[in-house]
Design a protein around this ligand. Structure first.
Ligand code: SF4
Length: 300
């Protein structure tokens, strides 16, 4: 049987929901019930009636789905799909910062482990980070793990003092200011849209900065017919599907997250067939991490 048909059949038998991040391969996005960025996917995971969630993304995303749905079965097709940025900070690192800055609130980007979320005060995504930080009463903010996102949002909240952790996304970090200059020379009429995980100088040189969902919404509404995209290449599939008359170009030839690309159709089929690989978390970590996530979700 054709792989996509087999997945469809198994999905119905298991009463499963397939969630896919926008950085997944096009064929995975096409078989998913829902495709979105971290915040959209967290909401879908929270609200689903399905018995099983197949999470096509990286490890911390499947953890988030499990934290929000402790009684459901959450499957991650490729358990070795991690996130190097999430791995840059540990719960011990956060606790050390808390000791050094006892007055500060800890905000953790959702791209972090459950253990880090469990010792943070509140989570954020790239869509809601400014709103989250503005909601805090504390004047000092420890932001982990992404220094670039932290730097970007700090500009919108000048009244607060930021302590930025030195983590970064190796995929977005590859984009340089020179890439922006080159693309502007080659395509002078195309706006440059970038993700806030990019370096500050790239963000400064861009025409629009936003989460993957915000980039898609902006590009869809824009009057320009061609645009340059500075985020993981998987987003181009969604952009092109929603806007067949427009042309989208990647800001850098290799904005590919190797971890996001580990999931294949065959691993999604095998996950449903064998009910593998099931996400499990220690109760204490899961319950504490849920507090940080739910606090964020109550705001937006
Ligand atoms: S694109 Fe960057 S932040 Fe996202 S999963 Fe890959 S390494 Fe992690």
């Amino acid at each position: 049987m054709e792989l996509t048909k087999e997945i469809q059949k198994l999905k119905e038998e298991r009463n499963a929901l397939i969630l896919a991040h926008l950085y997944q391969w096009p064929e995975i996005q096409d078989i998913a019930d829902f495709v979105g960025d971290s915040l959209d996917l967290s909401r879908k995971a929270r609200d689903t009636e399905a018995d099983v969630i197949v999470f096509c993304g990286v490890w911390f995303m499947a953890e988030t789905a499990k934290i929000l749905n402790p009684r459901k079965t959450v499957l991650i097709p490729q358990p070795n799909a991690g996130c190097p940025m999430a791995d840059m900070v540990t719960a011990e690192d956060v606790l050390a910062l808390r000791e050094k800055y006892p007055e500060a609130a800890v905000v953790c980007y959702v791209n972090s482990s459950a253990a880090v979320k469990a010792v943070s005060d509140i989570c954020c995504t790239s869509s809601n980070a400014i709103q989250v930080v503005k909601s805090l009463q504390e004047n000092q903010v420890i932001f982990v793990p992404d220094r670039n996102l932290g730097h970007y949002i700090s500009r919108f909240v000048p009244e607060k003092q930021f302590i930025l952790y030195e983590g970064y996304c190796p995929t977005h970090e590859k984009i340089s200011l020179e890439d922006v200059h080159k693309v502007r020379a080659a395509r002078p009429n195309a706006p440059v849209l970038v993700h806030p995980e990019c370096r500050p100088e790239v963000v400064d040189a861009a025409d629009f900065v936003g989460s993957t969902r915000e980039i898609i919404d902006y590009a869809t509404a824009a009057k320009e017919q061609e645009m340059v995209i500075g985020t993981e290449i998987g987003v181009l599939h969604r952009l092109q599907t929603r806007n067949p008359e427009k042309r989208f170009y990647s800001l850098h030839a290799a904005i590919v997250c190797p971890n996001m690309k580990k999931n294949q159709l065959v691993s999604v089929r095998d996950a449903l067939l064998h009910m593998q690989h099931q996400m499990e978390l220690p109760n204490e970590i899961r319950d504490k991490a849920a507090v940080s996530l739910r606090r964020m979700m109550s705001l937006c």
